[in-house]
Ligand binder design. Structure first.
Ligand code: PSU
Ligand code: MN
Length: 329
């Protein structure tokens, strides 16, 4: 028994080492393109799917998901979109599976707490940042790109509506590349909570300004910044010898040319947050409700900005994944 314990720790801690040999099991299904890339030590970029099922309306969700996969490929990495199909957690979706998730209006929003239920009931759904992190850690993909992560909701100090994304970042060693958190959330408290969870947060670029999704500045700062993919990769790689079981958050500001509508979107967010509260919308329904409302109020401008920043995150995240792969090979 004593002899086996260190091996177990090693396997849990260094996902990429054991997972290159990951075999499909009763729950996980790794797409052949992904398992092949992992076996050959080529860079892979994980992508979530709540953004597809609940974050954007059809058909923009499907076209964006496909565009993001194409960007990852153009940058020389393999995309692995994660989603739950009939109770199996897929890491890498076929074109038909992506299509199915994007069109299916009854897909669930699957976070860590929902995984046992959807798997045992054979249901389908889009994985949030937390559930996606669990899946990609299991199969050994260290870099994951999304639009924005969840956070502490406004008035979260009373409602305790704190996204499971934050605790997941505290317990799962994955690097998440996002445009920060939306100002529908309490950004200051979100950063405080990430600190408590031991999550290393770094803004991508020359400044430490922490981005607020639709705008490059939130008025808050990250503790650190990384200037290029290589610096980001080194930061991520250093968590391995340290044996940290926590994640890294790389916050990529929206490109300036798409940030102009930020102010208008900001006003819409205020209205939407107030309406959600008036209507008594709570729990996992809050984020999708606000996103839809803000899109309506801005006549689609928020959706366009959302798509533009996801494209940019995919590009940056892929460059980081490629740099990390070089460091490890
Ligand atoms: N923020 C967005 N778009 C999204 C989400 C967040 O701008 O689609 C999704 C992500 O999947 C994230 C989840 O993990 O919402 C967080 O939901 P909640 O706040 O219920 O934890
Ligand atoms: Mn919540």
């Amino acid at each position: 028994m004593l002899k086996r314990a260190p091996m177990f720790i090693l396997r849990r801690g260094i996902a990429t080492y054991h997972s290159r040999f990951f075999k499909n099991d009763s729950v996980f299904r790794v797409h052949p393109s992904v398992s092949q890339a992992l076996a050959e030590n080529r860079p892979v970029v994980a992508l979530e799917s709540t953004i597809i099922t609940h974050g954007m309306p059809y058909p923009h969700n499907l076209s964006t998901a496909r565009e993001v996969e194409a960007i990852v490929q153009d940058e020389g990495a393999t995309p692995a979109t994660v989603g739950v199909i009939e109770g199996k957690v897929h890491v890498g979706l076929s074109s038909e599976e992506l299509d199915h998730l994007a069109r299916c209006s009854t897909s669930m929003k699957v976070s860590r707490r929902d995984l046992p239920y959807v798997v045992s009931q054979g249901l389908s759904g889009g994985t949030t940042v937390s559930a996606t992190m669990i899946a990609v850690h299991r199969v050994g993909i260290p870099v994951f790109v999304t639009g924005g992560i969840g956070g502490v909701h406004r008035d979260g100090e009373n409602s305790l509506d704190v996204s499971a994304d934050l605790t997941e970042l505290g317990r799962t060693p994955i690097a998440v590349v996002s445009a920060g958190v939306k100002s529908i959330l309490d950004i200051g408290r979100t950063l405080e909570f990430l600190e408590t969870q031991g999550v290393c947060v770094a803004t991508y670029g020359a400044s430490k300004n922490f981005p607020a999704f639709f705008s490059p500045q939130s008025g808050f700062t990250s503790p650190y910044n990384v200037c290029n993919p290589e610096e980001a990769a080194k930061l991520i790689a250093s968590t391995l010898p340290l044996g940290l079981q926590s994640g890294v958050l790389i916050a990529v500001p929206i490109p300036e040319e798409h940030a102009a509508v930020g102010l208008q979107i900001e006003e819409a967010i205020q209205t939407a947050v107030a309406e959600a509260s008036d209507k008594g919308i709570t729990g996992r329904d809050v984020t999708p409700f606000i996103l839809q409302k803000v899109n309506d109020l801005t006549k689609g401008k928020s959706l366009q900005a959302n798509i533009a920043l996801i494209h940019n995150n995919a590009k940056v995240g892929s460059q980081i994944a490629c740099a990390l792969s070089k460091l490890r090979n």
